[in-house]
Design a protein around this ligand. Structure first.
Ligand SMILES: *[C@@H]1O[C@H](CO)[C@@H](O)[C@H](O)[C@H]1NC(C)=O
Ligand SMILES: *[C@@H]1O[C@H](CO)[C@@H](O)[C@H](O)[C@H]1NC(C)=O
Ligand SMILES: *[C@@H]1O[C@H](CO)[C@@H](O)[C@H](O)[C@H]1NC(C)=O
Ligand SMILES: *[C@@H]1O[C@H](CO)[C@@H](O)[C@H](O)[C@H]1NC(C)=O
Ligand SMILES: *[C@@H]1O[C@H](CO)[C@@H](O)[C@H](O)[C@H]1NC(C)=O
Length: 309
């Protein structure tokens, strides 16, 4: 009986060239979405019948709809153009849908088959890593809700190393730290997880070391620079002071009186300071205010290299 039926169907398939699989790759819908299954055959649609896996669903004949299943259970309806709509699809709605179109005279006009696949949205992938000796073991996992659920997992490292598989778990072993990305997808959804994975005591030690080395070098450089600048300044000050001291002493010993009008010609405070000591004479009028010069000399002491130990 069964064999004969198959033979008959095959004969029909041969006899009627309009019989075909539409949506060859299948129609994919996520749970709760709605699906529209269209008839591609053109022309009048007097009598349209929809079956799922050889089970009669409904029929529209002369614009009158007849259900062979519970309307609420199948969540389905048919439009005048023959399109079958299934609302809030469930995984159980997956299957091969066959539509047959008959002319008013009862002749089969067209037969089309299409595969509907209802999938759950993919789970969020879990990306984890383990450092073992000198390698990193990166694992990406997508937990199945049901055993028949399949996804495509893709694990990439810094857009270079890449593995892809039809599975629920993927592992990648590498010697290099980096950014790892795991993408889990099926026909209806796609989810991603990304992580920067670095193993301590790993290759990036070199990076850390070089950064630390650079920092230390920089600090030393800065210290040396400061030291050199200060020393140079100090040296210059000392030289200047000594020169002026010498000048002052010479002047002191030779002709103090002639030196007296000089301060206005050399108005820089340094010179004044230096000259104040060997030449106590101009200070004479200031002796009426003894506390004033003292704080001044105290303030200047840090700038005065001669007074450093
Ligand atoms: C589908 O919709 C129902 C109610 O509208 C909701 O409870 C359920 O979580 C939804 N399922 C998915 C996978 O979105
Ligand atoms: C049939 O009609 C429905 C509702 O008007 C529409 O959504 C669908 O696209 C139509 N299909 C075709 C093949 O025209
Ligand atoms: C749908 O048709 C395909 C191709 O003929 C077949 O492999 C598959 O088993 C069918 N599915 C169901 C649920 O009958
Ligand atoms: C790490 O390497 C040591 C020797 O180098 C070996 O004995 C040990 O089993 C390795 N551990 C792992 C987790 O591979
Ligand atoms: C993945 O493998 C399963 C069976 O293990 C198969 O049914 C499914 O079609 C495969 N998916 C892809 C995209 O290759």
């Amino acid at each position: 009986m069964n064999f004969r039926r198959i033979f008959l169907v095959k004969c029909l398939l041969l006899l009627f060239p309009s019989v075909k699989w539409s949506n060859a790759n299948g129609i994919y819908r996520a749970v709760n979405e709605s699906a529209l299954l269209d008839i591609t055959a053109a022309g009048s649609l007097y009598d349209v019948r929809w079956l799922r896996d050889s089970k009669k669903l409904l029929q529209i004949k002369d614009k009158k709809v007849k259900y062979y299943v519970n309307k609420d259970q199948c969540r389905c309806k048919i439009f005048l153009n023959g399109t079958l709509q299934i609302e809030q699809v469930m995984k159980e709605d997956s299957g091969n849908y066959t539509v047959t179109v008959y002319q008013q005279d009862g002749k089969l006009k067209a037969e089309e088959v299409m595969k509907l696949v209802v999938q759950e949205p993919v789970p969020q992938p879990i990306l984890s890593a383990e450092c073992m000796n000198k390698t990193i073991s990166v694992k990406c996992e997508a937990k199945q809700k049901t055993k028949d659920e399949t996804f495509i997992i893709e694990l990439t490292q810094d857009k270079s190393k890449k593995i892809q598989k039809n599975a629920t778990k993927l592992e990648l072993h590498t010697r290099y730290s980096g950014t790892f990305r795991c993408v889990v997808q099926n026909q209806v959804s796609k989810k991603m997880a990304e992580k920067v994975i670095t193993c301590s005591g790993h290759l990036d030690v070199y990076l850390i070391l070089s950064i630390a080395g650079g920092a230390i070098f920089f600090v030393i450089f800065v210290i040396l620079l400061i030291y050199c600048i200060r020393k140079k300044k100090a040296g210059r000050l000392e030289d200047d002071d000594e020169e002026r001291m010498m000048q002052a002493r010479q002047v002191d010993s030779e002709m103090v009186v002639r030196e007296l009008p000089q301060p206005p010609c050399n108005p820089t405070p340094k010179q004044l300071r230096v000259q104040q000591r060997p030449l106590p004479q101009p200070q004479v009028p200031q002796q009426a205010l003894p506390p004033r010069p003292r704080p001044r000399t105290q303030q200047r002491t840090p700038n005065h290299p001669r007074e450093r130990p």
